[in-house]
Design a protein around this ligand. Sequence first.
Ligand code: NAD
Length: 356
Amino acid sequence: MDVLAYMAEHGHEQLVVCSEPSVGLKAFIAIHDTSLGPAVGGTRIWPFETEEEAIMDVLRLSEAMTYKSAAADLPMGGGKALIMADPRTDKTEALLRAYGRHVDTLNGRYVTTTDVGSTGRDLEYISLETEHVAGLPVSQGGSGDTSLMTGLGVYMGMKACAKAAWGTDSLSGRTVALQGFGKVAYRTAEHLVEEGANLVATDVYEEAREKARLMGARVVEPEAIYDVECDIFSPCALGGVLSSRTIPRLTCSIIAGGANNQLLTDHDGMELHRKGVLYAPDYIINSGGVINIACELGAPYNEDRAREMTERVYGTMERVLDISSREGIPTSQAADRMARERVDSVSNLRRIYRGP
Ligand code: NAD
């Protein structure tokens, strides 16, 4: 793998390699683009087999963060970090603090938060070594769990898609199939139930399925969710679920869910477009979490403001759908174009010298 060639092709600014053998720290911090502001993105803790896999993952994820923040109109760039460790067994105070010291050396160019494998408790250790942390638990002065806003954003995005597909944004009487019933799906479902939508749900864990049943959802086996008769399919578990294996089975008019990286390949986005299925680009519809983080940076956190900003996902989705239908391109490409244009237009301003 030629890392520098990949970075040049995708526009990455920096890849930091962090090591502290005494505590077993092996980590990478990728900064994709800071044209709009500090690179913000979570720290993933995952036991990758090879450094190559870990580097590719962190580079890819940091680029997605640039587009997510850009499309949500936030003054933030894209970054991500990855600690090569098993989150169930390897996390220690020393490891997290060693990592925190590396984050601190970047002087605010990178601000971290939680991601797969990391928790608010881990952030507390990291924050002992650096102030460049967001999303701390409420008890520590942070904004806490981001899924509340992510769920609200997913719901607003669904409504914008409904308006485009059916001429009304009411979800009353519509059937929504939720894949995964974790934090984001639960928060999304709260809004759907309130509006009178019918829910079908699945999860690999019985505890989560029971939660879904208690909200009135009909629960199906994980693999059966692709075949459920529904109006909206909502991927809220893992990435890569929209593929040549699953797309032919879907009966929905709209795909709108909170999971990251839903399309297995770019081709799958084209295929949905060709079939006339309206796909809500993942980083547009699931931006409530990063919007929540933005509300914590630089000002005392205010939940009402976070809510008001998250509700704008509706308008952002409308803009993406508009570009897609005007240009005849898949919604995934329309979102990339919109985000890229904002980054490029602002980065051009750097040539204006502001004086000493
Ligand atoms: P979570 O761990 O609370 O929920 C995920 C659920 O999916 C779990 O209950 C898990 O058992 C289930 N699951 C996993 N594989 C499955 C499968 N094959 N079939 C059915 N169920 C399966 O996580 P979350 O915070 O709700 O995040 C869900 C998705 O949304 C992730 O892709 C995450 O990256 C993305 N996301 C989350 C946020 C946030 O604020 N939490 C923000 C943006 C994006």
